[in-house]
Design a protein around this ligand. Structure first.
Ligand SMILES: N[C@@H](CCC[C@H](N)C(=O)O)C(=O)O
Length: 362
């Protein structure tokens, strides 16, 4: 069976850049890719390069527009776009014609594989809206589990929908998610500002079995992981987060020094988190500036986590470590987070960028 993938990169000039590769796979099937990138300088920017194990040739310029790519409907193929929000990357699938995701969780795991697939932290589906919303968002983590929400993902979702629907200028829409109603808005500079709703603090709803305070929240509770006692605050943004700023050895973590790959899984799978957890390790830089590294449930160390940044600011406020308006620096870049007192909602603002379009046989 032939394996074919077509990937094309949008750029701002009217002529699109493409590199096309034809090479036999290990089972002597064919893989075809069309690749281009707005960041990379290609040697032959307007040419089509065809390469195989035995030959490489350069064709005439290819003029596929982004819209014609998104309009592709050939059956038997999965057309997708890859986006990232601060390096937290996703395969986006136009699923507006059906309420059932076009691919299974198992297929999503294959797509997310960085060596044998497209490579991503998750796969996101744009489904028809329910409960009066414009759209529904569902997501599979790279391990195939399905989380309730994804903050960077919903910014990518908003940019993808804008392209699919050919929307321009400032606009917003309503999105049904496992965490309830989420409202992303594309603002003037192209960033996406998202009304992420209210944080959930009640311990049984996070969920965690850690001891709660008189308000039912877990704030600065002690948790033993890897023979160290950590102080943790637990917040759900629809999905569970465990946030730590300190442990018995350090009152303000130096996050670059942490061995994330060693301790991350121990938090994720700790028995006090019945639904597993995302974990944010946070360093306070000032009252309005935080630095965070994340170990994500179902995805491991990622370059950014939007729900995690929101949960972090809530935790910082609850612990009296920062104000309600913060810049959160993640390995992939900054997010602006506001936990607004008036409506108790959290507002997240950040970028979301297209990487390339692609097609795969189903
Ligand atoms: N990276 C995401 C969160 C994705 C879901 C998470 N791994 C979970 O299982 O809860 C974000 O930006 O919020």
């Amino acid at each position: 069976m032939a394996i074919a993938a077509t990937i094309s990169l949008p750029i701002t000039s009217p002529t699109r850049r493409h590199v096309s590769l034809l090479r036999p796979s290990s089972s002597s099937t064919t893989t075809q890719c069309i690749l281009a990138t707005p960041q990379r300088t290609l040697k032959y920017p307007n040419s089509r390069i065809v390469a195989s194990s035995s030959s490489m040739s350069i064709d005439a310029p290819v003029k596929t527009s982004t819209f014609s790519f998104l309009d592709r409907k050939e059956s038997g193929f999965l057309h997708f776009a890859k986006y990232h929000g601060l390096g937290n990357d996703f395969v986006l699938i136009d699923n507006r014609d059906s309420s059932e995701p076009k691919i299974t969780a198992e297929k999503a795991v294959q797509l997310c594989d960085r060596n044998f697939g497209v490579g991503a932290d998750g796969v996101i589906f744009v489904l028809p809206g329910i409960n009066g919303t414009d759209y529904t968002m569902r997501i599979f983590n790279s391990d195939g589990s399905e989380p309730e929400m994804c903050g960077n993902g919903v910014r990518c979702f908003a940019k993808f929908v804008s392209q699919l629907e050919n929307l321009h200028g400032r606009h917003s829409f309503t999105v049904h998610t496992g965490a309830g109603l989420i409202v992303p808005e594309i603002v003037e500079d192209g960033n996406v500002r998202v009304d992420m709703g209210e944080p959930i603090l009640k311990s049984s709803d996070v969920p965690t079995t850690l001891p709660a305070n008189k308000d039912g929240a877990v704030v600065k509770a002690e948790l033993d992981v890897d023979e160290v006692t950590w102080n943790v605050t637990c917040v759900s943004m629809g999905n569970p987060h465990c946030i730590t700023f300190s442990n018995k050895e350090s009152q303000n973590l130096v996050v670059d020094e942490l061995k994330l790959a060693e301790i991350g899984p121990k938090f994720e799978n700790h028995k006090v988190f019945p639904a597993r957890t995302n974990t944010e390790f946070v360093q306070i830089l000032s009252n309005s500036h935080l630095k965070m590294r994340v170990w994500e449930r179902g995805a491991g160390a990622t370059l950014a986590c939007g729900t995690g940044a929101c949960a972090t600011v809530v935790a910082a406020v609850l612990e009296g470590r920062a104000g309600r308006n913060c810049t959160v620096d993640l390995p992939g870049g900054p997010l602006q987070i506001e936990w607004r007192e008036e409506d108790n909602h959290i507002y997240m603002t950040g970028s979301a960028d297209l990487v390339f379009y692609g097609s795969l046989p189903l």
